[in-house]
Design a binder for this molecule. Sequence first.
Ligand SMILES: [Zn+2]
Ligand SMILES: [Zn+2]
Length: 127
Amino acid sequence: MKYSKKRELIYKFMCESEAGHFTADAIHYKLKSEIPTLSLGTVYRNLGQLVEAGQVKKISIPGEPDQFEPAKDHEHFHFWCMSCSSLECLPAENLAPLAEIGKSAHGEILSVDLLLKGHCTTCKEKT
Ligand SMILES: [Zn+2]
Ligand SMILES: [Zn+2]
């Protein structure tokens, strides 16, 4: 992968920010002031390259823009709130049985992507 200053800044921003998960739009919006020449297309292209290199993970949410997060060394899955669109990381220890099931049926499982959908505690209290 050819070195790119913009890509490095995008990755750095993702690792340093508290939020944890980002849409390409959010990254573009936040970095625009720092890199005035940054286009949304460039953000998408660089995120794609980071995903391919295994540095960033893409979280696909049906009907919503993709979310991106720096790849972590531990497997985890996500809870997505359908009301406020917040995304939470959940530990994946509970996924081990799932990988076992897959193993007996389909060979070796290297990763499990799971998205739980519902209403977060804040949104649930409001209703
Ligand atoms: Zn919520
Ligand atoms: Zn996560």
